[in-house]
Design a binder for this molecule. Structure first.
Ligand SMILES: NC(=O)c1ccc[n+]([C@@H]2O[C@H](COP(=O)([O-])OP(=O)(O)OC[C@H]3O[C@@H](n4cnc5c(N)ncnc54)[C@H](O)[C@@H]3O)[C@@H](O)[C@H]2O)c1
Length: 330
Protein backbone atom coordinates (compact mmCIF):
# COMPACT_ATOMS: atom_id res chain seq x y z
CA UNK A 1 0.00 0.00 0.00
CA UNK A 2 1.25 3.45 -0.90
CA UNK A 3 0.63 6.69 1.01
CA UNK A 4 -0.26 9.44 -1.48
CA UNK A 5 -0.76 12.23 1.04
CA UNK A 6 0.11 12.03 4.72
CA UNK A 7 -1.93 15.00 5.90
CA UNK A 8 -5.17 13.90 4.24
CA UNK A 9 -4.28 10.25 4.90
CA UNK A 10 -4.82 9.12 1.32
CA UNK A 11 -3.64 5.59 0.58
CA UNK A 12 -3.57 3.60 -2.65
CA UNK A 13 -3.60 -0.15 -3.11
CA UNK A 14 -4.30 -2.62 -5.84
CA UNK A 15 -7.32 -4.27 -4.18
CA UNK A 16 -10.00 -2.97 -1.85
CA UNK A 17 -9.13 -5.82 0.51
CA UNK A 18 -5.86 -4.02 1.40
CA UNK A 19 -7.91 -1.32 3.13
CA UNK A 20 -8.77 -3.88 5.81
CA UNK A 21 -5.33 -3.34 7.38
CA UNK A 22 -6.29 0.31 8.03
CA UNK A 23 -9.24 -0.62 10.25
CA UNK A 24 -7.66 -3.24 12.51
CA UNK A 25 -9.41 -3.54 15.87
CA UNK A 26 -12.16 -1.07 14.92
CA UNK A 27 -15.91 -1.39 15.32
CA UNK A 28 -17.28 -0.60 11.88
CA UNK A 29 -20.54 0.43 10.31
CA UNK A 30 -20.51 0.09 6.54
CA UNK A 31 -22.49 2.26 4.15
CA UNK A 32 -22.01 1.02 0.62
CA UNK A 33 -23.35 1.53 -2.87
CA UNK A 34 -25.33 -1.56 -3.91
CA UNK A 35 -23.73 -1.23 -7.38
CA UNK A 36 -20.30 -1.51 -5.74
CA UNK A 37 -21.45 -4.32 -3.43
CA UNK A 38 -18.77 -6.68 -4.74
CA UNK A 39 -16.05 -4.39 -3.31
CA UNK A 40 -17.87 -4.09 0.01
CA UNK A 41 -17.92 -7.92 0.04
CA UNK A 42 -14.16 -8.09 -0.67
CA UNK A 43 -13.49 -5.59 2.10
CA UNK A 44 -15.63 -7.46 4.64
CA UNK A 45 -14.06 -10.81 3.66
CA UNK A 46 -10.57 -9.37 4.25
CA UNK A 47 -11.36 -8.24 7.80
CA UNK A 48 -11.08 -11.85 9.06
CA UNK A 49 -11.65 -11.13 12.75
CA UNK A 50 -9.42 -8.01 12.83
CA UNK A 51 -12.41 -5.69 12.99
CA UNK A 52 -16.05 -6.03 13.99
CA UNK A 53 -18.77 -5.08 11.52
CA UNK A 54 -21.73 -3.86 13.60
CA UNK A 55 -24.01 -3.36 10.63
CA UNK A 56 -24.28 -2.47 6.97
CA UNK A 57 -26.55 -0.35 4.80
CA UNK A 58 -26.69 -0.77 1.02
CA UNK A 59 -27.79 2.30 -0.93
CA UNK A 60 -29.43 2.51 -4.35
CA UNK A 61 -27.86 5.87 -5.09
CA UNK A 62 -29.32 8.83 -6.97
CA UNK A 63 -29.38 12.60 -6.49
CA UNK A 64 -33.06 12.24 -5.51
CA UNK A 65 -32.27 10.01 -2.51
CA UNK A 66 -29.28 12.16 -1.45
CA UNK A 67 -31.42 13.84 1.19
CA UNK A 68 -32.20 14.01 4.91
CA UNK A 69 -34.62 11.05 4.71
CA UNK A 70 -31.71 8.80 3.76
CA UNK A 71 -29.51 10.31 6.49
CA UNK A 72 -32.23 9.65 9.09
CA UNK A 73 -32.77 6.11 7.88
CA UNK A 74 -29.01 5.32 8.11
CA UNK A 75 -28.81 6.97 11.55
CA UNK A 76 -31.71 4.80 12.75
CA UNK A 77 -29.93 1.67 11.45
CA UNK A 78 -26.75 2.77 13.26
CA UNK A 79 -28.66 3.31 16.48
CA UNK A 80 -30.36 -0.09 16.34
CA UNK A 81 -27.01 -1.76 15.48
CA UNK A 82 -25.56 -0.30 18.69
CA UNK A 83 -23.04 1.99 16.95
CA UNK A 84 -21.16 3.86 19.68
CA UNK A 85 -19.16 7.10 19.52
CA UNK A 86 -15.97 5.03 19.17
CA UNK A 87 -17.12 3.28 15.99
CA UNK A 88 -15.91 4.10 12.48
CA UNK A 89 -18.31 4.52 9.55
CA UNK A 90 -16.78 3.28 6.29
CA UNK A 91 -18.30 4.34 2.99
CA UNK A 92 -17.70 2.19 -0.08
CA UNK A 93 -19.07 3.83 -3.19
CA UNK A 94 -19.03 7.01 -5.21
CA UNK A 95 -19.49 10.64 -4.20
CA UNK A 96 -23.15 10.24 -3.32
CA UNK A 97 -22.33 7.45 -0.87
CA UNK A 98 -19.38 9.25 0.75
CA UNK A 99 -21.30 12.55 0.98
CA UNK A 100 -24.24 10.84 2.71
CA UNK A 101 -22.21 8.48 4.92
CA UNK A 102 -19.71 11.18 5.94
CA UNK A 103 -22.51 13.60 6.82
CA UNK A 104 -24.47 11.00 8.79
CA UNK A 105 -21.35 10.01 10.75
CA UNK A 106 -20.49 13.68 11.36
CA UNK A 107 -23.83 14.43 13.06
CA UNK A 108 -24.56 11.02 14.67
CA UNK A 109 -24.14 11.32 18.47
CA UNK A 110 -22.62 14.78 17.76
CA UNK A 111 -20.11 13.24 15.37
CA UNK A 112 -18.22 9.98 14.95
CA UNK A 113 -15.33 9.15 12.61
CA UNK A 114 -15.76 8.04 9.02
CA UNK A 115 -13.46 6.78 6.25
CA UNK A 116 -13.87 6.54 2.49
CA UNK A 117 -13.20 3.78 0.01
CA UNK A 118 -14.19 5.59 -3.19
CA UNK A 119 -15.29 3.40 -6.10
CA UNK A 120 -15.78 6.02 -8.83
CA UNK A 121 -13.10 8.07 -10.55
CA UNK A 122 -14.90 11.23 -9.46
CA UNK A 123 -14.80 10.28 -5.81
CA UNK A 124 -11.18 9.07 -6.00
CA UNK A 125 -9.93 12.42 -7.29
CA UNK A 126 -12.45 14.70 -5.62
CA UNK A 127 -15.50 13.81 -3.53
CA UNK A 128 -13.79 11.48 -1.05
CA UNK A 129 -11.02 14.01 -0.31
CA UNK A 130 -11.29 17.26 1.59
CA UNK A 131 -14.00 16.53 4.11
CA UNK A 132 -17.01 18.19 2.47
CA UNK A 133 -20.06 16.06 3.23
CA UNK A 134 -23.75 16.69 2.86
CA UNK A 135 -27.05 16.15 1.13
CA UNK A 136 -29.42 18.02 -1.17
CA UNK A 137 -32.33 20.12 0.11
CA UNK A 138 -35.30 19.95 -2.27
CA UNK A 139 -33.77 20.78 -5.67
CA UNK A 140 -30.70 22.55 -4.25
CA UNK A 141 -27.48 20.57 -4.31
CA UNK A 142 -25.47 19.93 -1.15
CA UNK A 143 -27.40 22.61 0.81
CA UNK A 144 -27.07 20.78 4.12
CA UNK A 145 -23.66 19.60 5.17
CA UNK A 146 -20.52 19.97 7.22
CA UNK A 147 -16.78 19.94 6.61
CA UNK A 148 -15.24 17.11 8.62
CA UNK A 149 -12.12 15.28 7.44
CA UNK A 150 -12.31 11.51 6.86
CA UNK A 151 -10.15 9.22 8.96
CA UNK A 152 -8.58 8.02 5.69
CA UNK A 153 -9.33 7.67 1.99
CA UNK A 154 -8.27 4.46 0.28
CA UNK A 155 -7.91 4.62 -3.51
CA UNK A 156 -7.94 1.50 -5.61
CA UNK A 157 -8.04 2.15 -9.38
CA UNK A 158 -8.92 -1.48 -10.23
CA UNK A 159 -12.49 -0.90 -8.93
CA UNK A 160 -13.01 1.42 -11.90
CA UNK A 161 -13.14 -1.54 -14.29
CA UNK A 162 -16.87 -2.07 -13.50
CA UNK A 163 -17.72 1.63 -13.69
CA UNK A 164 -19.98 2.56 -16.63
CA UNK A 165 -18.17 4.76 -19.18
CA UNK A 166 -20.51 7.66 -18.51
CA UNK A 167 -19.62 7.65 -14.81
CA UNK A 168 -15.95 7.26 -15.66
CA UNK A 169 -16.20 10.37 -17.85
CA UNK A 170 -17.90 12.24 -15.04
CA UNK A 171 -14.75 11.66 -12.97
CA UNK A 172 -12.58 12.56 -15.95
CA UNK A 173 -14.13 16.05 -15.86
CA UNK A 174 -13.13 16.54 -12.21
CA UNK A 175 -9.65 15.14 -12.83
CA UNK A 176 -9.09 17.55 -15.73
CA UNK A 177 -10.57 20.39 -13.66
CA UNK A 178 -7.98 19.78 -10.95
CA UNK A 179 -5.09 19.76 -13.42
CA UNK A 180 -6.43 22.94 -15.05
CA UNK A 181 -6.26 24.54 -11.59
CA UNK A 182 -2.75 23.25 -10.83
CA UNK A 183 -0.65 21.68 -13.56
CA UNK A 184 2.64 21.83 -11.67
CA UNK A 185 3.13 18.08 -12.29
CA UNK A 186 2.78 18.81 -16.05
CA UNK A 187 0.27 15.98 -16.48
CA UNK A 188 -2.67 17.80 -18.11
CA UNK A 189 -1.88 16.73 -21.69
CA UNK A 190 -1.10 13.18 -20.60
CA UNK A 191 -4.44 13.13 -18.78
CA UNK A 192 -6.33 14.11 -21.95
CA UNK A 193 -4.62 11.24 -23.77
CA UNK A 194 -5.12 8.58 -21.05
CA UNK A 195 -8.72 9.56 -20.26
CA UNK A 196 -9.71 9.24 -23.91
CA UNK A 197 -8.92 5.51 -23.67
CA UNK A 198 -10.41 2.69 -21.51
CA UNK A 199 -9.20 2.65 -17.86
CA UNK A 200 -5.62 1.32 -17.56
CA UNK A 201 -2.68 1.23 -15.18
CA UNK A 202 -1.69 4.66 -16.54
CA UNK A 203 -4.52 6.14 -14.48
CA UNK A 204 -2.92 5.80 -11.05
CA UNK A 205 -0.29 8.56 -11.50
CA UNK A 206 -3.03 10.88 -12.75
CA UNK A 207 -5.40 10.01 -9.88
CA UNK A 208 -2.52 10.46 -7.43
CA UNK A 209 -1.58 13.83 -8.93
CA UNK A 210 -5.16 15.14 -8.81
CA UNK A 211 -5.74 13.75 -5.30
CA UNK A 212 -2.50 15.42 -4.12
CA UNK A 213 -3.44 18.76 -5.65
CA UNK A 214 -6.81 18.66 -3.91
CA UNK A 215 -5.35 17.44 -0.61
CA UNK A 216 -2.68 20.18 -0.75
CA UNK A 217 -5.20 22.94 -1.37
CA UNK A 218 -7.49 21.63 1.40
CA UNK A 219 -4.62 21.44 3.88
CA UNK A 220 -3.80 25.11 3.20
CA UNK A 221 -7.41 26.34 3.26
CA UNK A 222 -9.81 23.80 4.80
CA UNK A 223 -12.79 26.15 5.23
CA UNK A 224 -12.60 27.77 1.80
CA UNK A 225 -11.56 31.26 2.86
CA UNK A 226 -9.40 31.66 -0.26
CA UNK A 227 -7.46 29.15 -2.33
CA UNK A 228 -9.95 26.28 -1.88
CA UNK A 229 -12.47 28.31 -3.86
CA UNK A 230 -10.41 27.45 -6.95
CA UNK A 231 -11.65 23.86 -6.70
CA UNK A 232 -15.05 25.27 -7.64
CA UNK A 233 -13.84 25.89 -11.19
CA UNK A 234 -16.91 25.32 -13.41
CA UNK A 235 -19.03 24.48 -10.35
CA UNK A 236 -21.11 27.62 -9.99
CA UNK A 237 -22.45 26.96 -13.48
CA UNK A 238 -22.48 23.19 -12.89
CA UNK A 239 -24.66 23.46 -9.79
CA UNK A 240 -27.06 25.76 -11.69
CA UNK A 241 -27.17 23.24 -14.57
CA UNK A 242 -27.81 20.36 -12.14
CA UNK A 243 -30.54 22.37 -10.42
CA UNK A 244 -32.21 23.04 -13.76
CA UNK A 245 -31.82 19.37 -14.73
CA UNK A 246 -33.46 18.22 -11.46
CA UNK A 247 -36.38 20.63 -12.06
CA UNK A 248 -36.85 19.40 -15.62
CA UNK A 249 -36.26 15.72 -14.82
CA UNK A 250 -33.24 15.66 -17.17
CA UNK A 251 -30.38 13.22 -16.66
CA UNK A 252 -27.06 15.10 -16.38
CA UNK A 253 -24.21 13.74 -14.24
CA UNK A 254 -22.22 16.01 -11.93
CA UNK A 255 -19.10 15.63 -14.08
CA UNK A 256 -20.99 16.41 -17.27
CA UNK A 257 -22.31 19.57 -15.62
CA UNK A 258 -18.76 20.43 -14.48
CA UNK A 259 -17.42 19.99 -18.03
CA UNK A 260 -20.13 22.31 -19.39
CA UNK A 261 -19.50 24.74 -16.52
CA UNK A 262 -15.76 24.91 -17.22
CA UNK A 263 -16.48 25.66 -20.90
CA UNK A 264 -18.95 28.43 -19.95
CA UNK A 265 -16.34 29.92 -17.57
CA UNK A 266 -13.62 29.74 -20.26
CA UNK A 267 -15.85 31.23 -22.95
CA UNK A 268 -16.50 34.23 -20.70
CA UNK A 269 -12.77 34.61 -20.01
CA UNK A 270 -10.51 33.64 -22.90
CA UNK A 271 -11.78 32.40 -26.27
CA UNK A 272 -8.47 30.72 -27.23
CA UNK A 273 -8.50 28.74 -23.98
CA UNK A 274 -12.17 27.85 -24.54
CA UNK A 275 -11.29 26.50 -28.01
CA UNK A 276 -8.45 24.40 -26.61
CA UNK A 277 -10.54 23.02 -23.74
CA UNK A 278 -13.38 22.17 -26.13
CA UNK A 279 -10.99 20.17 -28.32
CA UNK A 280 -9.55 18.36 -25.28
CA UNK A 281 -12.96 17.61 -23.73
CA UNK A 282 -14.26 16.40 -27.11
CA UNK A 283 -11.29 14.03 -27.41
CA UNK A 284 -12.02 12.59 -23.95
CA UNK A 285 -15.74 12.29 -24.78
CA UNK A 286 -17.12 14.96 -22.47
CA UNK A 287 -20.15 17.09 -23.38
CA UNK A 288 -19.38 20.69 -24.29
CA UNK A 289 -22.67 22.50 -24.73
CA UNK A 290 -25.03 23.36 -21.89
CA UNK A 291 -28.60 22.47 -23.02
CA UNK A 292 -30.12 25.45 -21.16
CA UNK A 293 -29.90 29.17 -21.94
CA UNK A 294 -27.60 31.09 -19.58
CA UNK A 295 -30.54 33.23 -18.41
CA UNK A 296 -32.25 30.07 -17.10
CA UNK A 297 -29.21 29.43 -14.89
CA UNK A 298 -28.80 32.92 -13.47
CA UNK A 299 -31.44 32.56 -10.74
CA UNK A 300 -29.80 29.38 -9.43
CA UNK A 301 -26.38 31.10 -9.57
CA UNK A 302 -27.77 33.91 -7.37
CA UNK A 303 -28.91 31.29 -4.87
CA UNK A 304 -25.57 29.47 -4.98
CA UNK A 305 -24.45 28.87 -1.40
CA UNK A 306 -21.21 30.67 -2.23
CA UNK A 307 -22.99 33.85 -3.37
CA UNK A 308 -22.82 36.97 -1.21
CA UNK A 309 -25.14 39.98 -1.25
CA UNK A 310 -25.15 40.90 -4.94
CA UNK A 311 -21.81 39.24 -5.73
CA UNK A 312 -20.21 35.87 -6.23
CA UNK A 313 -16.59 34.74 -6.39
CA UNK A 314 -16.29 33.13 -9.81
CA UNK A 315 -13.32 30.95 -10.64
CA UNK A 316 -12.02 32.21 -13.94
CA UNK A 317 -9.62 30.13 -16.06
CA UNK A 318 -6.90 32.08 -17.86
CA UNK A 319 -4.78 29.11 -18.95
CA UNK A 320 -3.89 25.53 -18.04
CA UNK A 321 -2.57 25.85 -14.49
CA UNK A 322 -3.75 29.46 -14.20
CA UNK A 323 -7.15 30.05 -12.63
CA UNK A 324 -8.07 33.11 -10.60
CA UNK A 325 -10.75 34.00 -8.07
CA UNK A 326 -12.65 37.02 -9.42
CA UNK A 327 -15.45 38.73 -7.49
CA UNK A 328 -18.31 39.34 -9.90
CA UNK A 329 -21.52 41.34 -9.47
CA UNK A 330 -24.75 39.38 -9.81
N1 LIG B 1 -17.83 16.15 -1.16
C1 LIG B 1 -17.21 16.66 -2.19
O1 LIG B 1 -16.18 17.33 -2.06
C2 LIG B 1 -17.75 16.40 -3.56
C3 LIG B 1 -16.99 16.74 -4.69
C4 LIG B 1 -17.48 16.41 -5.94
C5 LIG B 1 -18.72 15.80 -6.05
N2 LIG B 1 -19.44 15.51 -4.94
C6 LIG B 1 -20.75 14.83 -5.05
O2 LIG B 1 -20.50 13.51 -5.55
C7 LIG B 1 -21.64 13.07 -6.26
C8 LIG B 1 -21.20 12.47 -7.56
O3 LIG B 1 -20.30 11.43 -7.29
P1 LIG B 1 -20.09 10.20 -8.29
O4 LIG B 1 -19.91 10.68 -9.66
O5 LIG B 1 -19.08 9.34 -7.67
O6 LIG B 1 -21.55 9.59 -8.32
P2 LIG B 1 -22.30 8.37 -7.68
O7 LIG B 1 -21.95 8.15 -6.28
O8 LIG B 1 -23.73 8.57 -8.02
O9 LIG B 1 -21.77 7.13 -8.56
C9 LIG B 1 -22.03 7.13 -9.96
C10 LIG B 1 -22.68 5.81 -10.40
O10 LIG B 1 -21.70 4.78 -10.36
C11 LIG B 1 -22.20 3.64 -9.65
N3 LIG B 1 -21.00 3.02 -9.09
C12 LIG B 1 -20.21 3.45 -8.09
N4 LIG B 1 -19.09 2.73 -8.02
C13 LIG B 1 -19.17 1.78 -9.00
C14 LIG B 1 -18.30 0.76 -9.47
N5 LIG B 1 -17.08 0.61 -8.97
N6 LIG B 1 -18.72 -0.01 -10.50
C15 LIG B 1 -19.93 0.19 -11.06
N7 LIG B 1 -20.78 1.16 -10.69
C16 LIG B 1 -20.40 1.95 -9.68
C17 LIG B 1 -23.19 4.24 -8.70
O11 LIG B 1 -24.14 3.28 -8.28
C18 LIG B 1 -23.83 5.33 -9.54
O12 LIG B 1 -24.81 4.79 -10.38
C19 LIG B 1 -22.55 14.26 -6.44
O13 LIG B 1 -23.65 14.13 -5.55
C20 LIG B 1 -21.68 15.44 -6.05
O14 LIG B 1 -22.42 16.50 -5.48
C21 LIG B 1 -18.99 15.78 -3.71
Amino acid sequence: MKCIDEISKIFAGSTVAEAASLVKGEELFLVYDAAAGVYAGEFIDALTGDAKVLGTVALEVSEEMKNMDTVLSIARSMLSAGVSRQALVVSIGGGITSDIAGFTASIYKRGIRYANIPTTLLSQVDAAIGGKTGVNLDDYKNMLGVIVQPEFTFICPSVLSTLPRRDFLSGAAELLKTLIIDNSAGLYEKAVEVLSMPPSGDLLPLISAAASVKAGIVSRDMYEAGERKKLNLGHTWAHAIEHEALLRGDDITHGEAVAMGIIIAAERSDSALATRLKADFLKVGLPLECPYPLEALTDAVRRDKKAGDGWIDLIVPHGIGDVRIERTAL
